[in-house]
Design a protein around this ligand. Structure first.
Ligand code: PLP
Length: 376
C-alpha cells in the first residue's frame, strides 16, 4: 500500500514552471518576485504592511529585536508549541515565561496568561495552535491593560480567522511560516504582518545587514543586522501557493470532517476542538487513550508505520526540554501541556489526500488500539 506521510506540500506543474522561469531569469535572490509576494500577502491580510523572511523563526527573532525586547525582559509563551516560539526569546537575550494551555483548544489559557504578567513582561507570544485562533479578545485585553506588545506566532494559522477576520489582518505583529509542512510553503520562509510602519525600518535593517541605501547611491550600516531575506525562487512558489491557499484549507476541512465522522463516537481517542469554518486545520492531532490502553505512543507510531502511515508528534511540552529545564521548569508545572505532550499524535492531513486515505488511517488507528489490549 502506498506510504502516507503526515504532511505533504501541494506543488502543481504551473508552480514548477514558474520556478524554472525565475531560475532562467538570472535574478534568483530577493527581487521583483519578493515584492510581488509581499504585496499579495498584504492584500490577503487586508492591506497591512508585510515583509518576508527566510523562516518564521527568523521573522519572530527580528520582530522581538525591532520591538526592543532583550536582556531583562520577559515574554509570555504557551508551554505547548514548537521550540522556535521560545528559542527566539532566548536568542534575543530575554526570558520566556511559560503558561499552560487549554486541553481542548490547545491554545494559551488567557486567565493563566493574565496571572503570569510581571513588571518585567514586555510581550505576549500567543500561538494559534493547529490553525485554531487563540481568544484574541482576551489576549489583547491583557496586553492593553499592561501595555504589552503582542507578537502572534501564526505559523499554523495563515488562512485562519478569528470571529470572521483573518489572522494577520488585525492586532499587533503577526508572524507566518511557509515551511513545507505548513498550510502553504515557499520551501523555507516566513512573513511578518505589521500594524503600522513604526517598526518597519528596524525590521528591514535587522533583516538585511543593518544596511541602508542613501538617495545618492551610497550605503551605510546602521546596526549589526542579520540576513533573513527570502529568495525570488521561494517567493514565486509563495505567489502560486497563496492563490491556492483557500482551496487547500477547504480540502483540509473536508478531510477533517471525515476524521470526525469516523472517530468521534467509534474511537477512544480524545479529538481536538472542532472549531468552525474559521479554523484552518494545519494539523489534526487527537490524544491517545494511553491511560486505558496497554500501549505506548512509540509503539502506536511504530504500528502505524508498519501499516505505511506516518504519524507526527506536535509537540512534547516545551518547558520539559533540557534548554528550558535549565530555567527551573519541572514536571507538574503545566498539566495540560504535559498531558497533550505525552498523548498527542498527528495523523496524516494534506490537500492531496483522499477521503479513502482518511478511512485507511482510521481503520489502522482502530486496529492498533484494539490489538493492544487494555490496562487491568
Ligand atoms: C513551524 C513553526 C515555527 C517556525 O517556522 P519556520 O518557518 O520553520 O522557522 C514557529 N512556531 C511554530 C508554532 C511552528 O509550528
Amino acid at each position: 500500500m502506498k506510504p502516507l506521510p503526515f504532511a505533504k506540500p501541494t506543488l502543481d506543474e504551473e508552480t514548477i514552471a514558474a520556478v524554472v522561469e525565475v531560475l532562467r531569469s538570472g535574478w534568483i535572490a530577493s527581487g521583483p518576485k519578493v515584492q510581488e509576494f509581499e504585496s499579495a500577502l498584504s492584500q490577503y491580510v487586508g492591506g497591512r504592511t508585510v515583509r518576508t523572511f527566510t523562516s518564521a523563526t527568523g521573522a519572530l527573532e527580528v520582530a522581538l529585536q525591532a520591538c526592543g525586547i532583550g536582556r531583562g525582559d520577559e515574554v509570555i509563551v504557551p508551554a505547548m508549541t514548537f521550540a522556535a516560539s521560545a528559542n527566539v526569546v532566548m536568542r534575543v537575550g530575554a526570558t520566556p515565561v511559560f503558561v499552560d494551555v487549554e486541553l481542548d483548544t490547545r491554545n494559551i489559557d488567557v486567565q493563566a496568561l493574565a496571572n503570569a504578567v510581571t513588571s518585567r513582561t514586555k510581550a505576549i507570544m500567543p500561538v494559534h495552535f493547529a490553525g485554531l485562533a487563540v481568544d484574541m479578545k482576551g489576549v489583547y485585553e491583557v496586553a492593553q491593560r499592561h501595555g504589552l506588545r503582542v507578537i502572534e506566532d501564526a505559523a499554523h494559522a495563515i488562512g485562519t480567522r478569528f470571529e470572521g477576520k483573518r489572522i494577520g489582518s488585525f492586532g499587533d505583529i503577526v508572524s507566518f511560516s511557509f515551511h513545507p509542512n505548513k498550510n502553504m510553503t515557499t520551501i523555507e520562509g516566513g512573513a511578518l504582518s505589521l500594524p503600522s510602519n513604526a517598526e518597519l525600518e528596524a525590521i528591514e535593517l535587522q533583516r538585511f545587514h543593518g544596511l541602508r541605501r542613501e538617495a545618492d547611491g551610497s550605503a551605510d550600516v546602521l546596526l549589526p543586522g542579520g540576513k533573513y531575506n527570502l529568495s525570488d525562487v521561494s517567493a514565486c512558489i509563495g505567489i502560486s501557493q497563496l492563490k491556492q491557499l483557500d482551496g487547500f484549507i477547504e480540502r483540509r476541512h473536508a478531510l477533517v470532517a471525515r476524521y470526525f465522522d469516523r472517530l468521534q463516537s467509534a474511537s477512544p481517542c480524545t479529538l481536538p476542538k472542532r472549531g468552525d469554518k474559521d479554523h484552518s486545520w494545519h494539523i489534526f492531532a487527537p490524544l491517545l487513550p494511553l491511560d486505558s490502553v496497554a500501549l505506548s505512543r512509540g509503539q502506536f507510531i511504530k504500528a502505524m508505520h508498519e501499516r505505511g502511515i506516518a504519524v507526527g508528534v506536535h509537540y512534547p511540552a516545551l518547558h520539559l526540554f533540557t534548554a528550558y529545564r535549565k530555567l527551573g521548569y519541572r514536571e507538574g508545572d503545566f498539566p495540560n501541556a504535559e498531558k497533550i505532550g505525552r498523548e498527542t499524535v498527528t495523523l496524516p492531513l494534506f490537500p492531496t489526500m483522499e477521503l479513502s486515505d482518511v478511512d485507511r488511517v482510521c481503520d489502522a488507528v482502530g486496529e492498533v488500539l484494539a490489538g493492544a489490549g487494555r490496562h487491568r
